[in-house]
Ligand binder design. Structure first.
Ligand code: ATP
Ligand code: MG
Length: 423
């Protein structure tokens, strides 16, 4: 019997995992500077948490959930996205309380699960990095979030990003727009895809997001949200744009950009890139928006929120493959003889405690083979210890790049190596 990983999952092997660590480290670094703290929530939640937050007509909930009953007959689901769990946690832990500084800013990373047909760039277990900020309705916070997303991607070396923004307005503007969409699509009802027929009843905004070719044709002439904004929403959007201008952020307003979920309002945004890794097709790298109704939907007090999320697998395809992420090995111990081999265990522990990365041969191989391993591992130094040297408290350090050799005292090996390093 040969076992295989479940369909739609990936092993992230050493070599590849250093790229993941790099991305996660940059995320932590950038988000730290913006004072976002990491939050870690369970990878499974009550099914209703996702049903409530994504809506039961969303693709995620209606088709893609990994849901199951546990032995106690609880209906649970592996998380398909990060926001719902974070909001559940925000409410459950009363993070809206007066002892917490507002806005309450968090970020997360981790695996997400969707039962989808696996294909290139589409897995059943994939990963997202995302951020959420609660408790401020200010467009200035919207801009902070957009700026932080850009800083993150720029720091990863992803350039030529297109920033697309739109607004969904406040509930009143949305309601007006909702009616305009119903009025527009109803005469086309028979021509719409089956999914969009349902959407017309339940959530006409989602028709704008349809991937069906025929739907797309009909959507082309649909009314624009920008014509249905009330004054307050329009002014808010103007202010947001002026802040982006102040920061010299180039953006395009895309009035067709929507979010299907009811709790989204005001600012939504996506960062797009055109890259050979995706056959020079424009793809969305990062997407976010304001969701002022979600905390309430999950049982908390009325609390504005805004966030973004991105798929890490997709992001990694955009990252320079030439990046050198290998970590050097400082010291490789070469031992000659049984006593030296035994003593090397303690010496190795001492080196590591002193902050060196260090390794040795565990296969009792000949000296030449040990030097070969040192080479393969890119060791900066080898320290050769023989039984005689051990008795005299000496060892031989070799700089593998220059070939230069020094005798050193074993007693003070770490100190001696630091001395050599400094030269
Ligand atoms: P799509 O329209 O491609 O199905 P989506 O609307 O389901 O995307 P979101 O729910 O917005 O995507 O998820 C955000 C990001 O997560 C996507 O842009 C993508 O990078 C990533 N993502 C979503 N589903 C998958 C998956 N099955 N495998 C890998 N990455 C995914
Ligand atoms: Mg999807």
């Amino acid at each position: 019997m040969r076992y295989q990983k479940p369909k739609g999952t990936m092993d992230i092997l050493p070599g590849e995992s250093s790229k993941w660590q790099y991305v996660e480290n940059v995320a932590k670094d950038v988000f730290d500077r913006y004072r976002f703290s990491e939050i870690r929530t369970p990878i499974f939640e009550s099914y209703e948490v996702f049903e409530r937050s994504s809506g039961d007509t969303s693709d995620i909930v209606s088709k893609e959930m990994y849901d199951f009953k546990d032995k106690g007959d609880r209906h649970l689901a592996l998380r398909p996205e990060g926001t719902a769990g974070v909001v559940r946690s925000y409410v459950e832990n009363k993070l809206y309380g007066p002892e917490h500084v507002k806005p309450y800013k968090v970020w997360y990373k981790g695996p997400m699960f969707r039962y989808e047909r696996p294909q290139s760039g589409r897995q059943r277990q994939f990963h997202q990095i995302g951020v959420e900020a609660f408790g401020s309705d200010s467009p200035e916070l919207d801009v902070e979030i957009i700026t932080m997303g850009l800083a993150f991607l720029n720091e990863l070396g992803i350039k030529n990003l297109k920033v697309a923004i739109n607004t969904l307005g406040d509930p009143e503007s949305r309601a007006n727009y909702h009616q305009a969409l119903v009025d527009y699509f109803t005469p086309f009802k028979d021509q719409l895809s089956d999914d969009s027929k349902v959407r017309l009843e339940k959530n006409p905004l989602r028709i704008l997001d349809s991937k069906d070719k025929n739907d797309k044709e009909i959507v082309k002439d649909a009314p624009s949200i920008l014509d249905y904004l009330n004054d307050a929403s329009a002014q808010r959007f103007e202010y947001l744009k002026s802040l982006l201008d102040d920061l010299d952020i180039n953006y395009e307003v895309d009035p067709t950009m929507v979010r299907g979920l009811d709790y989204y309002n005001h600012t939504i945004f996506e960062f797009m890139v055109t890259d050979p890794a995706f056959n020079n097709k424009e793809i969305t790298v990062l997407a976010g928006g304001r969701y002022n109704g979600l905390v309430e939907e999950l049982g908390g007090p009325e609390t504005p929120g805004i966030g973004f999320g991105l798929g890490v697998e997709r992001l990694l395809l955009l990252i320079d493959n030439e990046l050198d992420l290998t970590t050097d090995l400082d010291v490789y111990l070469v031992t000659i003889g049984e006593k030296a081999e035994k003593a090397s265990i303690k010496i190795l522990a001492g080196l590591r405690a002193a902050g060196f990365s260090a390794d040795k041969d565990y296969l009792s191989r000949k000296t030449k083979a040990q030097f070969k391993s040192a080479n393969n591992l890119n060791a900066k130094y080898t320290v050769t210890i023989g039984d005689n040297e051990l008795e005299n408290d000496t060892a031989n350090v070799k700089n593998m790049a220059t070939g230069e050799e020094h005798p050193v005292s074993l007693e003070n090996l770490a100190e001696e190596l630091k001395g050599i390093e400094e030269k």
